[in-house]
Design a protein around this ligand. Structure first.
Ligand SMILES: [Zn+2]
Length: 198
């Protein structure tokens, strides 16, 4: 937290809390007056911000937070649509981080390779199990990860995990500890938050 507290601060248009800009979601107003999620915080123009929270996004829409922040009355904004954009952006970021992990040799995929790695002293930082992995293998990997205090999450389906890596189905993947794994953990937490709160 302390590192993240440095840097530019912005205020959530819903709950009015001020946080590091990187912890917030940025929005811009498109020329057609629709509100767009600017997940990478790169788009030009005035930005509006909310917490990374389903509640704050819904409240911002309900209470005309975007109208106030963009000083525009007739804008088009819908909470479900923003949440959809946000989920897509998070998943795209996950895909790109997984791709980088794969290219730099920090990604392990396949249940046998991962079980073997988890049985040894390992530098694995996180494990993603497909939601539709076979129950017995999923449980086995979960227990091994738990024993070594490794973050293990069930997310996406086998097909989606495979697609993210440009391959066929993948029931489980693991990433070695490092900066990429840290970034991935952040995005995976965000994905879960969106899914859970919804
Ligand atoms: Zn907020």
């Amino acid at each position: 937290m302390s590192v993240a507290e440095k840097g530019p601060q912005r205020t959530c248009v819903a709950c009015r809390l001020t946080k590091n800009k990187k912890e917030l979601v940025r929005y811009v107003l498109a020329p057609d007056k629709s509100v767009l999620v600017d997940y990478r915080q790169h788009l030009p123009g005035r930005g509006g911000y909310t917490c990374f929270s389903v509640t704050c996004i819904q409240d911002a829409v309900k209470r005309n937070g975007f109208q106030r922040c963009f000083k525009t009355q007739n804008l088009s904004v819908d909470a479900e649509q923003l949440l959809g954009q946000l989920t897509t952006a998070v998943d795209q970021k996950v895909v790109s981080l997984l791709g980088m992990a794969r290219k730099s040799g920090q990604l392990i995929s396949g249940s046998n390779a991962i079980i073997e790695a988890l049985r040894k002293t390992t530098t694995i930082a996180l494990v993603v199990l497909a939601a539709d992995i076979s129950a017995a293998i999923g449980r086995k990997i979960e227990l091994l990860a738990e024993r070594s205090d490794i973050y293990c999450v069930r997310l996406y389906g086998k097909q989606q995990l495979g697609q993210m890596l440009g391959k066929e189905e993948r029931s489980v993947i693991a990433v070695q500890a490092g900066k990429l794994a840290d970034s991935l953990l952040n995005e995976l937490h965000r994905h879960r938050q969106l899914v859970r709160e919804n």
